[in-house]
Design a protein around this ligand. Sequence first.
Ligand code: RB5
Length: 156
Amino acid sequence: MIAIGGDHGGVDLKEFVVQVLQSQGIEVEDVGTRGSDSVDYPDFGRLVSLKVAKGEAERGILLCTTGIGMSILANKFPGVRAALVSDPQGAQMSREHNNSNILVLGGRTTDRSTARQILDLWLRTCFAGGRHQRRLDKIAQVERELGTCIKGGIER
Ligand code: RB5
């Protein structure tokens, strides 16, 4: 299951992304927002990030106007590797090298055609492992040293 959420700046592109995912038979949990009323992106970003951090969602997708606020928020969560991506190469590299588990898109900086290409690559590209796993292990070590943890003790 992929959890998805966004604020008013990301809502249009979110609706498009949900349609693309569902047309591919992918199960989606949309935590909102719905409609164009102004909301606070952390309220929606935290729901998706927590699901990914706890393993309740395999991956997540977050959207705000630029993607910047959502990526700042999501990367506070242990085990979350959120990648703000604006082009297909970034989508591929974020999976191959960083094993990104949350894709962040800028709702007003990314057109639909680019978003579709990003999504296709992000969904089908596998993590390369090897030296990249060693680097991710070092990020996980930083989380341990900082004492970041999820209540309930889930460490991933
Ligand atoms: C909301 O106006 C805007 O700040 C938000 O969508 C996002 O881009 C924050 O980084």
